[in-house]
Write a protein that binds this ligand. Sequence first.
Ligand SMILES: *Cc1c(COP(=O)(O)O)cnc(C)c1O
Length: 436
Amino acid sequence: MTKETEAQLTGATPRRKPKPDIDTIGGRRLKPATLMMGHGYDPMLSEGSLKPPIFLTSTFVFENAAAGKRHFEGVTGKRPGGAEGLVYSRFNGPNQEILEDRLSVWEDAEEALTFSSGMSAIATLLLATVKPGDTIVHSGPLYAATETLIARILGRFGVNFLDFPAGATRDEIDAVMKKAAEGTVSLIYLESPANPTNALVDVEAVAASRDAIFGNGPDAPPIAIDNTFLGPLWQQPLKHGADLVVYSLTKYAGGHSDLVAGGVVGRKALIDPIRLMRNTIGTITDPNTAWMLLRSLETLELRMTRAGENAAKVCAFLRDHPKVEHVGYLGFLAGDRQADIYRRHCTGAGSTFSLFLKGGEAEAFRFLDALKIAKLAVSLGGTETLASHPAGMTHLSVPEERKKALGITDNLVRISIGVEDADDLIADFEQALAAV
Ligand SMILES: *Cc1c(COP(=O)(O)O)cnc(C)c1O
């Protein structure tokens, strides 16, 4: 084994430094689509292997005792800056480090962390941020498990919440923020587009409201946003005033419906305490999943671009179909406040939308059962087209009143378009609608 490989494998101190990344050529900043093939990895530290090996090890050997102590000073926060090398696989590993470097590239973020699931990313962020008596201000609706985590689980530990509807105006947001400011607000948490309504949050208005009421100094509550539906390609909330962006990497980032993972990206000062919490409770992603995500990120732009183009074609077909009542697709927003938010925040309409059929559950079920290419499954953002029935599946346990308020009706079908041939998909939807 070469000295270089040994250094890579062990994280021994002094750790042999990888070759510096090339991220500009002739003053031109390289795009994320280019950087995904090499950023953060030096093949010469791993026997010239073009792709990073999967580092299956639970622990890393120190060169000497003093180096071990120095590592732990970093890991435990006794010394700022975190670990300098690799210590133990609950804290980090080479595959996760490369993945985190590449994930932050898409949004020009200072740092990124990856997690075992989208929910463990959100839970770790919340645990690192709130304490008993604090209030979380959030947009609504949120992904159902996130709502459970905030209202029911953190509620058991004396954490309060106040919410405003996703489409709220600056005045409506201000009113909720002012009420919350009577107590201690430790976090503002958004989800846009919201699941399952696709309602967009005005992140710029939320940031302006936060700055006006709490200032934007180090003690002001940070704004975190779940960007799973449009990120990182079609919406980059750090550019619109958000401080932390949260992902279920299970969806578009992973993109092949074959893994579960999560991520958080943002400023180092805000990422550091979340890393300390992750080190403590062990919610990091595993090396194999991190490796698969590296593979996924190489085609992220290709996949999302194709899925977005497909969705535009499929939605144009569905909109004019006589058995369709309405298509809830971001590309069709026009004239209202949601369209204004879309214009300011988004660069693409995504490939996940709501299809309201004429009729009720019976019509929706006949449509779903007749589909031949699209698979009947929850989740989204994969290479294959998926369809599901929120009222009878993901949102079955939501009380009727709340379902009504959110527009989760029995004739609603949720669709996530994949990268198949668009005309094949249209043929599938056409024959399934004929069966209704
Ligand atoms: C799927 C999803 C989550 C949860 O992610 P997991 O990877 O399943 O834990 C959170 N937020 C949104 C918007 C999602 O779609």
